[in-house]
Design a protein around this ligand. Structure first.
Ligand SMILES: Cc1cc2nc3c(=O)[nH]c(=O)nc-3n(C[C@H](O)[C@H](O)[C@H](O)COP(=O)(O)O)c2cc1C
Length: 171
């Protein structure tokens, strides 16, 4: 499939089948994250694949009770390393949130290519997620996503027009 088709057909999926994900498929999805670019190629990330039912339920609770999160066979928890990233991005910020976000998006696009659904979960209580999964101090949780076969076909959400988001030469 062309990359633009994959990008345009991806949706945030909020209903999942319980069907498990074949290992070769899962490995390709993870490989997409592994091959992401990152500041100074420091790859300041770790992805926790949560399959245990009770842990998934607790993560869903910690995600402002978005219960659908636990429906998928796997919940991916994307972590970043603030102490092991490029620290001068734009001469004002650390790169880890950007690095991890790119990797998550790579993972999501390969998931789409494989017929899997995802949903970026940004509404969560980080301290609860860290405590549930024993995430060490100094490691941050950037996002979660359920990963599984969709049990819905969400309608496309609109996007801003090209004119609204692009300018040429000057702002
Ligand atoms: C940073 C970020 C945080 C988000 N948090 C949530 C969330 O907590 N729960 C949820 O259901 N969707 C969440 N979303 C998904 C967005 O609602 C969704 O991407 C947007 O409405 C566009 O829809 P689409 O992904 O189907 O194209 C989040 C997306 C992003 C990028």
């Amino acid at each position: 499939m062309s990359i633009l088709k994959v990008i345009k057909e991806r949706r945030s999926v909020r209903r999942y089948k319980a069907d498990s994900i074949p290992d070769d498929v899962l490995q390709r999805v993870l490989d997409a994250a592994r091959f992401s670019p990152s500041g100074k190629n420091l790859q300041p990330w770790k992805f926790i694949l949560v399959q245990d039912e009770s842990l998934k339920q607790r993560l869903a609770e910690a995600s402002v009770r978005q219960i659908f999160v636990a429906e998928a066979p796997i919940v991916v928890v994307a972590c970043g390393f603030p102490d092991r990233c490029y620290s001068q991005m734009g001469n004002y910020m650390k790169s880890w949130p950007v690095d991890v976000a790119i990797a998550v998006e790579h993972l999501m696009l390969q998931a789409q290519e494989e017929g899997l659904g995802t949903c970026w979960i940004g509404a969560f209580e980080e301290k609860d997620v860290k405590s549930i999964l024993d995430v060490p101090e100094g490691v941050r949780v950037l996002a979660l996503t359920p990963l599984g076969y969709p049990d819905e076909n969400p309608v496309p959400r609109g996007r801003k027009s090209m004119e609204e988001i692009v300018s040429y030469d000057y702002y």
